[in-house]
Design a protein around this ligand. Structure first.
Ligand code: GDP
Length: 482
């Protein structure tokens, strides 16, 4: 994809100094070892009257390439509608688990009378002849852990808000996690059966977070429900189908399967057991498969009712056995033509994983920010702002957004009053953001998570220092730290 100045010079049979001069004339300052982007390479080649032929190399061991539509050919004719994958998020005790249970109870047995639901981490229901898949781990921790690992499997987020309690800190977190992932949101106003329910207040509070009901001129769907009494569940499911239709979710059931691990564990009798979500293609018993760094053959496949099945199509969650080791939630899986290739890829992936775990992850920090910006890799600087009081949070966020450095936009992806938490860090890791704390510190878990993930936390006690530091970092004027 990219070439250094020296490599390009060699390909063009020119001296590097000549290339550097030409780049300079074109307004690009470059050194001999600098990596050039596609545009710069094309400019230079055009100057020499040479046409660029792009060579796309697929790294067979990089499972991500199998998920990349631009590399893997998409057969438009084979695409079919697929069910949406839904995650339920919201504040603790607002009814996420009750809602998941309520949906499962009313709908999961349709057409499968007598099936006993089995917890495999996700389940599917049928509504008006159409299927919907639900991830069965409520909350945004799982959602964001997956995203941090590069997997985005959720098509629609349901934000549950208790009508008697209103918008709470984790409600806001959930909204920001969904927004950062660019996933459409449906709001379920729960506990409508309670006499103290006040749905108007919930709607009012949510408008402050950009979720405005249609009746008030916005485009967010609100559904009043009672998870406890099973009221409003049908309407909620219909709205999910509506949003899913708008999203035109498609997959090709004829190709070999790819997807993501929902959860996995070691079972005494059965060995490694993994719940997979098929995202494209059809998975079959007997398929040679690589799952993260594990590999094997799909020995047995079970659906969310504990029934043995032979095939699983797009958006279907299934539990499989047959892997040589236990993969991790968020790991990708890819089916291969033959078992030998699967084994080779699996083995070489676990080798590189061991090496990679030794080398540092390259995340944005204030120290490497300018470098990443000058390489054109950053168009947006994502920030998470935490402070001791809400007023300060708002003042800081609005000042930070005003920072104006050419070419880079400051984007505040989450704010909150209180200590920096593990959830802040996982959001930062998933969105490549820097965390700013004003008069607050990270708690122990957050500190450990930040070290592990390489997330940059900046702590301050004076507002203008915060702004100054970010501004200087963006301009490459940060004083070295001693
Ligand atoms: P979670 O922490 O978000 O998963 O919330 P839970 O589903 O565990 O619910 C928390 C509490 O609220 C439980 O005691 C539920 O019985 C109760 N609850 C959930 N939904 C409703 C509802 O629609 N109406 C009423 N009255 N209580 C509810």
């Amino acid at each position: 994809e990219s070439l250094s100045v020296a490599e390009l010079a060699k390909k063009l049979h020119r001296e590097p100094s000549e290339i550097i001069k030409k780049l300079f004339m074109l307004g690009v300052m470059a050194t001999i070892n600098q990596e050039l982007d596609k545009d710069a390479i094309e400019l230079i080649c055009a100057d020499y009257g040479v046409e660029v032929e792009e060579e796309i190399r697929i790294d067979k061991t990089d499972l991500d390439t199998y998920f990349d539509d631009t590399i893997v050919e998409v057969d438009e004719n084979a695409l079919e509608e697929r069910p949406p994958v839904v995650t339920i998020m919201g504040h603790v005790d607002h009814g996420k688990t009750s809602l998941l249970d309520s949906i499962r109870k009313t709908k999961v047995t349709a057409g499968e009378a007598g099936g006993i639901t089995q917890h495999i981490g996700a389940y599917q229901v049928e509504v008006n002849g159409k299927k919907i898949s639900f991830l069965d781990t409520p909350g945004h921790a799982a959602f964001t852990t997956m995203r941090a690992r590069g997997a985005s499997i959720t098509d629609i987020a349901i934000i549950v808000v208790a009508a008697d309690d209103g918008v709470m800190p984790q409600t806001v977190e959930a909204i920001n996690h969904a927004k950062a992932a660019e996933v459409p949101i449906i709001v379920a106003i729960n506990k409508m059966d309670k006499p103290s329910a006040n749905p108007d207040r919930v709607q009012q509070e949510l408008t402050e977070h950009g979720l405005v009901p249609e009746a008030w001129g916005g485009d967010t769907i609100f559904v009043p429900i009672s998870a406890l009494k099973g009221e409003g569940i049908d309407q909620l499911l219909e709205m999910i189908l509506l949003v899913s239709e708008v999203g035109e979710l498609k997959a090709n059931p004829t190709r070999s399967a790819i997807g993501t691990v929902i959860e996995a564990q070691l079972d005494k009798g059965r060995g490694a057991v993994a719940t997979l979500l098929v995202q494209d293609g059809t998975l079959r018993v007997g398929d040679p498969i690589v799952v993260g760094h594990a590999y094997g053959r799909v020995r047995a496949m079970v659906n969310d009712l504990g029934r043995r099945i032979k095939t699983a199509g797009p958006s279907m969650p299934i539990e499989i056995t047959g892997l040589n080791e236990v993969p991790q939630a968020g790991d990708r899986f890819v089916v291969f033509q033959d078992e030998k290739t699967a084994r080779q890829v699996g083995e070489s992936r676990s080798m590189t994983a061991i090496q990679a775990s030794r080398s540092e992850k390259q995340r944005v920090t204030l120290d490497n920010l300018f470098e990443q910006m000058s390489q054109g890799e950053m168009k947006e600087l994502n920030l998470i702002v935490k402070a001791d009081v809400q007023g300060t949070v708002e003042a800081m966020a609005s000042s930070l957004m005003k920072i104006d450095v050419e070419g880079v936009n400051v984007k505040i992806i989450h704010t909150g009053a209180g200590a920096i938490t593990e959830s802040d860090i996982s959001l930062a890791a998933a969105s490549n953001a820097i965390v700013i704390g004003f008069n607050v510190r990270p708690d122990t878990n957050a500190k450990r998570a930040a070290d592990e993930e390489g997330v940059d936390i900046r702590l301050h006690r004076i507002i203008y220092k915060v702004i100054e530091e970010i501004e200087h970092a963006m301009k490459g004027m940060l004083d070295p730290e001693f």
